[in-house]
Design a binder for this molecule. Structure first.
Ligand code: CS2
Length: 486
């Protein structure tokens, strides 16, 4: 079978939507750091819409800061790839053309910095996951002992970290007399723009205080809330895409029909007309971030731990578990809701009902293990904001106790085949070591994990309104895995 590329586009069946714009005329207006599946199923689709509307300023240079895989797979396809939109009973396919060029940061960091300093680049967007911000998750400040940050301080023009690339490119633009770009975070962190701004300014100031204050005064870091469920692409997905296309696509993405993007409208250097594609451009993103992180991502993480412990593999399986499904719905409605201040006109009940429907989409094989990855970076914003707000309101910890206890059980636990759950987490080693040396009692196990200050801060371990329900939930989970939802 031939492979998808510019040369083979004409072979596609007519029902497959393809770029109709002239890709050779597209300018690179956006540099995206972290070109993974999520970016290609979300922001790159909005950019493709823009190009379709004839505004050719917003092509994407996609950079990987780690593996060369995306560049290597998309290269022979001239950057083209398929987005398969899987509804519960129907799949739509669309070929995306907005990724014009790919680079791999570690191969030649200076070349990526130089590319970010080109005149046409107006925007640098990021999906580098929570850990890519090199933050201390507890304090939200730059982790100055992070190995990549230590490296970037020593070699500022050959950076490794996302903040390091941004600082280096802003420095170069300044030297060239070019205006700065705007930096748009698209990761699941509350106040993601403010956090990134703080990290970038701090990193710049440590070596060059003048640059630090220039960035503080002149560079915009709008926050944004992104939402679309994008499971990791599997070989089975690649086979079904090939069947639909009649061409091989080495690097398709599979996602759901739903998509949402809410952006703080602060783009001094201009921006695409995203509003025409349904993006909400507003002044205050925080309420949208909170509802998405606490309802959607909170429920996702809860499903990841409790669903895995109950023997499920995917979100769609776990959510129809007759015990777990109602438990998650009640967690969203009763435990999270009182902590949220919703945006005007938002209907919380309808939002949660729609979320549960999205979780039930059996066409998406969204693996619980994918969601459980990087838990140490996710739990603070998914569970602990809700927990602190509940305690502050004088409310009990509620079902969150099971989420946190579930995480601890999952971390030390084994799957149905008796193998330890895969922990894909920068703190996995530390957590496992603490659990191993903690001693056998439930008290010792939970204290070992809750004592991790970079995740739990210093307030929660010593608060009996937090520690006690987590301990009880931990004991219940140990006694009756998967059957404790009564
Ligand atoms: C998920 C998110 O993997 C995870 O942790 O919770 O990637 C989630 O699917 C997206 O945030 C949905 O917008």
């Amino acid at each position: 079978m031939s492979q998808l590329s510019t040369a083979t586009l004409g072979l596609l069946p007519p029902r497959i939507r393809c770029p109709s714009y002239d890709r050779s005329k597209v300018k690179l207006g956006i540099v995206h750091l972290g070109i993974g599946a999520f970016h290609r199923a979300h922001q790159a689709v909005y950019a493709d819409d823009m190009l379709e509307r004839g505004d050719l300023r917003w092509g994407i240079l996609g950079a990987s800061l780690r593996s060369p895989e995306t560049r290597d797979r998309l290269g022979p396809q001239n950057g083209l790839y398929t987005v398969a939109l899987r509804g519960s009973d129907h799949t739509d396919y669309r070929i995306i053309g907005s990724v014009i060029r790919c680079m791999v940061g570690p191969e030649d960091p200076a070349a990526l910095v130089e590319a970010m300093a080109q005149t046409d680049v107006k925007l640098v967007t990021l999906t580098v996951t929570e850990k890519g911000y090199c933050l201390d998750p507890g304090t939200g400040q730059l982790d100055e002992s992070h190995t990549d940050i230590v490296h970037d301080l020593a070699h500022p023009s050959h950076p490794r970290s996302a903040p390091g690339f941004i600082v280096a490119a802003l420095r170069l633009r300044h030297e060239y007399g070019l205006p700065p770009f705007t930096v748009l975070s698209c990761d699941n962190l509350p106040a993601n723009g403010q956090k990134l701004r703080a990290v970038v300014i701090r990193l710049a100031s440590l070596t060059d205080p003048v640059l630090g204050s220039f960035i503080a005064q002149h560079v915009a870091f709008p926050s944004s809330m992104v939402d679309r469920i994008v499971p990791q692409t599997t070989d089975e997905d690649r086979a079904s895409v090939a069947l639909a296309l009649g061409l091989d696509d080495a690097w398709p993405v599979v996602t759901e029909p739903f998509t949402q993007w809410v952006i703080e409208d602060n783009f001094p250097e201009g921006r695409p007309d995203w509003g025409a594609s349904g993006v909400e451009l507003i002044t205050e993103v925080a309420p949208y971030e909170a509802m998405k992180l606490r309802w959607l991502n909170g429920a996702h993480s809860m499903l990841a731990y409790l669903g895995s412990l109950a023997g499920h593999l995917t979100v769609a399986e776990a959510i129809v578990d007759p015990n777990l499904g109602p438990f998650i719905a009640a967690f969203m409605a009763d435990d999270v809701t009182p902590t949220l201040t919703l945006p005007a006109h938002a209907n919380g009940a309808a939002y949660c009902a729609a979320l549960l429907e999205r979780f039930r989409n059996t066409s998406l094989k969204h693996r619980l293990a994918q969601i459980a990855s990087d838990s140490s970076q996710k739990i603070p914003q998914r569970f602990l904001g809700t927990a602190r707000d509940r305690l502050g309101l004088g409310l009990p910890l509620g079902r969150l106790a099971y989420g946190i206890a579930g995480f601890i059980r999952y971390t030390g636990g084994r799957d149905a085949m008796g193998a330890p759950f895969v922990l894909n987490d920068p703190m996995a080693g530390t957590i496992r070591q603490r659990l191993a040396s903690a001693g056998a009692t439930p008290e010792a196990a939970i204290d070992a994990v809750l004592g991790l200050q970079s995740m739990f801060g210093t307030d929660l371990l010593t608060d009996p309104r937090f520690r006690l329900p987590v301990l009880q939930a931990y004991q219940k989970l140990g006694a009756k895995p998967g059957l404790w939802f009564d």
